[in-house]
Ligand binder design. Structure first.
Ligand code: AMP
Length: 217
């Protein structure tokens, strides 16, 4: 099964991709996580990407396509793409690569949430650096011992790009550069939309229904 999660920053793509990938034994390929790992390792690519990421801008299409297509080739099948593609040229490059490999996408799922809620979610968000588990300062704080419920790590931080100014940039860039992908996938007949403003469990239930409908196709 080959899925793609689309939606603005803060829609819950990462959280849901983690849950759905565990449940259906899919590989979770998050372009943001992959880029953050490059930054943490201090690679040439990470050094180049860091400046863009810290100011809420997109890393260049060529860089992201090269790294993601390579990862997809390694996995071959049964994956969820989270955060990639983010521009029409990235989507075209992805289509080309998947066509060449004979493994087209089954569905592009757009998780929709209104702007005000995204602002609140992102500026209050805390993230486990080790496993990507997310918390919210007020609504879903990490346990009192400061250890991640999922992996036990103490490295729960506010991401550098989750402050109000950078979040504003990321949301504006989403509208300009990524939202056109909704029409792109609608035209290819692959688009399914989910209301991401519901609570976590309700969104997971809606996603499961979509995934299981693919299984039966
Ligand atoms: P995310 O964790 O998905 O919110 O991504 C964090 C940051 O990584 C983004 O704000 C971008 O700077 C960069 N990034 C992630 N995915 C992509 C992509 N597909 N194209 C360009 N930049 C990306």
């Amino acid at each position: 099964m080959r899925l793609l999660f689309l939606g603005p920053p803060g829609a819950g793509k990462g959280t849901q991709a983690k849950l759905i990938s565990e449940q259906y034994a899919l590989k979770h390929l998050s372009s943001g996580d992959i880029l953050r790992a490059e930054v943490a390792a201090g690679t040439t690519l990470g050094t180049e990407a860091k400046g863009y990421m810290n100011r809420g801008a997109l890393v260049s299409d060529a860089t992201v396509v090269a790294i993601m297509v390579e990862r997809i080739k390694q996995v071959a099948d049964n994956f969820i793409l989270d955060g990639f593609p983010r521009t029409v040229p990235q989507a075209e490059a992805l289509d080309e690569a998947l066509k060449e490999a004979g493994v087209p996408l089954h569905v592009a799922i757009c998780i929709e949430v209104e702007r005000e809620k995204l602002m609140d979610r992102l500026t209050g968000r805390l993230t486990c650096l080790s496993c990507g588990q997310v918390y919210h300062r007020q609504d879903d704080p990490p346990p009192g011992n400061g250890r991640c419920v999922d992996c036990g790590s103490e490295k729960i931080i506010q991401r550098d790009d989750d402050n109000e100014q950078v979040v504003g940039e990321r949301l504006a860039n989403y509208q300009k550069q990524t939202a056109p992908l909704i029409d792109y996938y609608r035209r290819s007949g692959l688009l399914e939309c989910i209301d991401g403003s519901l609570n976590r469990d309700a969104v997971t239930t809606a996603l499961r229904a979509t995934v299981e409908s693919i299984d039966r196709r």
